[in-house]
Write a protein that binds this ligand. Structure first.
Ligand code: SF4
Length: 667
């Protein structure tokens, strides 16, 4: 199939783009060199939006972030040059973090508490607004006139300062900035346009749905957009939701193309090009969309993170490497914390993934464990030039990836496991499955090979009377071995595994349709429902099972994810009828029930009648083989057991840890 519509030239303002693909602003905290490498490795887009520094000190995300100014011009110029070298247009995003800022100077239209940063955003003072407008204008001027960008994008979504003024959820002011909520954005755009001149690109990232019934009505959004257009905006991109994590805008469970119809309704009303985004549908559907919408563009973000050659692959009608839609999204780059790998494209965050440093002399390496860490270690050791043998106790390579693939919407992990296994075969790694390695095996087979242990972890088994009954399973039994379970289930453990198992147990067979998914979250058309919320408790299909998720910790089930981008996981469970109990003491397990008490001093026993009890109270590293090797003085490299079979997010750490274990082997 030909995807001409995607690769046809397009115009935004006074600039012509070579095609209609826009690379989204990603990974704010990459160093300038890493940012250049990032774009250089991902050619093919028609326009790249570079995440910029804040235009004003109050708009930094964190105190240590830079403010856009002369000091950083060279860095930003170098990034623009890299983008131009690929033939694309470069646009710098100007982003004032507003109420999302994690420092004492966070600002919003009206004072508000941000539970995610645990900070209060102050009311933006009227006397301070001219300085902020000036800072935006000056930043835009520097970007375009000094650093060579083709334009700027103003971030007006989420909790950014412009959206705190536009959104009725936050802006409760009674002055002129509250009576006319469009005023801040419009005056801001006028100021930026006055610095830019008429032709550069001036895009505006507009919040299309706040996911709050107090959010703007559709006519307000259109009035705002028309006013922005008149003030100088010549392109619109979109943001969704003001509170991160409440609605899974881009999660594995979000049907592809979910937000496109709303964006099309918006595009119907505007002259300027719009940039469609969200979890994008397949390239065929994107092509059709752009045929229908001759002026529009599409924004790729995780697509090109997962597959740097996404544009080339689509153009040549070749398969693209899919994004796994990791729980919690892509890693947030914090130089001091390091990064896990992107499971789809580990080289995205591990610079020497493709060409690891070679061994100085020939080596034999035995890798024990065929999960993501073991496969990653075997691959790296082989690329370093060693003869590598990989031993897995199960019949198939994949470990935790295969378990993760059982979760609703996450089937892609199984393909990743297959792809990795095929790569090992191509590289000439000798793979042996179905062999349980112990110390004796090592003594017989190791000879003088280097050993890497990547044996992973096992579920914690709590000490409860009746724990060894046939009605007690572990999350591993369910997710790795597919053991069948009854209709009434108690899941023990407020962990990622516990929540994932609960989600799996209630999931309907087959994929949920877009309409049913939106209904389930209470999302309606923003044309009829302000903020895009229906405003009433939505109808939910009956879940497959009755599930009770029980935590032995106080403070509420899911408390640790409540104010994170993964808060929706808990919401989804509750919406689907999962009962939660916290601060529980487990007295005993009977063949058809579990007996618990709730609260530290409680004497009252509750009997939960369930068919099965699933243990998901965490995991512990398997240490037997490591201890045996130590006792025999056999040296080995251990891979940190950060991965558990159910935890797809940590699979990204497993890939990095496996790689690093292979790199620690002496040259
Ligand atoms: S890190 Fe995960 S979510 Fe991000 S692009 Fe890679 S696979 Fe997708």
């Amino acid at each position: 199939m030909s995807f001409d519509a995607l690769f046809a030239p397009s115009a935004v303002g006074g600039r012509t783009l070579p095609n209609r693909i826009v690379a989204a602003p990603r990974f704010l905290r990459l160093s300038p060199e890493a940012m250049r490498a990032w774009f250089a490795r991902r050619p093919g887009a028609g326009m790249c939006i570079v995440p910029g520094a804040a235009p004003h000190f109050t708009g930094k995300v964190e105190s240590a972030d830079p403010v856009l100014g002369e000091a950083y011009l060279e860095d930003f110029r170098a990034v623009a040059e890299t983008i131009h070298a690929s033939g694309a247009r470069a646009v710098l995003q100007l982003s004032h973090a507003g109420a999302a800022a994690d420092h004492p100077f966070a600002l919003a239209a009206s004072p508000m508490w941000n539970p995610q940063t645990k900070r209060r955003a102050h009311r933006a003072p009227v006397l301070g607004l001219p300085a902020i407008f000036h800072a935006y204008g000056r930043s835009a001027y520097l970007a375009v006139k000094e650093a060579g960008y083709d334009g700027v994008e103003i971030d007006g979504g989420g909790l950014s300062l412009p959206n705190t003024f536009f959104s009725g959820v936050i802006n409760k002011r009674r002055d002129g900035w509250g009576r006319d909520r469009t005023r801040f954005g419009v005056e801001l755009v006028e100021r930026v346009r006055s610095y830019l001149g008429p032709t550069p690109i001036l895009a505006f990232r507009l919040s299309l749905m706040d996911f709050d019934p107090e959010g703007p009505a559709w006519h307000e959004i259109l009035t705002y957009a028309h006013a922005l257009e008149t003030a100088g905006v010549n392109c619109f991109s979109f943001a969704l939701g003001i509170r991160r994590g409440e609605i899974p805008v881009q999660s594995a469970m979000t049907p592809p193309g979910t937000w496109i119809p709303v964006m099309e309704q918006f595009a119907n009303e505007l002259k300027s090009p719009v940039i469609f985004s969200g979890p994008l549908p397949a390239p065929e559907d994107l092509h059709e969309l752009l045929v229908r919408r001759p002026g529009a563009l599409v924004e790729v973000d995780r697509e090109t993170t997962a597959d740097p050659a996404w544009c080339a692959h689509v153009r040549a009608d070749e398969p693209v490497r899919p994004c796994m839609r990791c729980a919690g999204g892509c890693p947030v780059h914090r130089p001091d914390e390091g990064l896990p790998a992107c499971p789809s494209d580990p080289a995205a965050f591990i610079p020497d993934w493709e060409k690891p440093r070679a061994f100085a002399s020939g080596k034999d390496v035995i890798v024990v464990g065929g999960g993501p860490a073991g496969m990653s270690a075997a691959r790296a050791a082989r690329l370093r030039g060693a003869r590598v043998r990989l031993i897995e106790k199960r019949a198939q390579l994949g470990g935790g990836l295969l378990a993760a693939a059982k979760l609703p919407g996450q089937e892609g992990w199984a393909k990743l496991a297959r792809d990795m296994a095929e790569e090992l075969e191509r590289l000439g790694v000798e793979v042996t499955t179905g062999v349980q390695v112990d110390a004796e095996w090592m003594i017989r087979k190791r000879v003088d090979a280097h050993v890497i242990l990547a044996v992973g972890a096992r579920p914690v088994i709590p000490d409860i009377p009746g724990i060894d009954g046939p009605n007690v399973l572990t999350y591993e039994d369910l997710m790795t071995d597919g053991v069948p379970v009854g209709r009434r289930v108690a899941v023990l453990g407020d962990t990622y595994a516990g929540r994932a198992v609960s989600a799996m147990l209630i999931a309907p067979n087959g994929n949920i349709s877009r309409e049913a998914w939106l209904r389930a979250w209470g999302i309606g058309s923003p044309v009829r429902h302000p903020g895009g919320m229906l405003g009433f408790v939505p109808h939910i299909e009956l879940p497959m099972r009755s599930v009770t998720l029980i935590s032995d910790r106080p403070g509420g089930v899911g408390a640790q994810i409540l104010n994170t981008p993964r808060a929706y996981e808990l919401q989804w469970l509750r919406m689907n009828g999962v009962q939660t109990v916290d601060d529980a003491r487990f007295d005993s397990i009977d063949p058809y029930a579990i007996r618990i008490r709730v609260g530290e001093d409680s004497k009252e026993q509750h009997i939960l009648r369930v068919d099965h009890i699933v243990l998901a109270m965490g995991c512990e590293p398997k240490k037997e083989l490591a201890n045996a090797l130590r006792a025999l003085a056999i040296p080995f490299e251990g891979v940190d057991s950060q991965t558990t079979p159910q935890n797809a997010w940590r699979a990204s750490w497993a890939l990095r840890n496996g790689f690093e274990a292979a790199m620690r082997l002496p040259d």
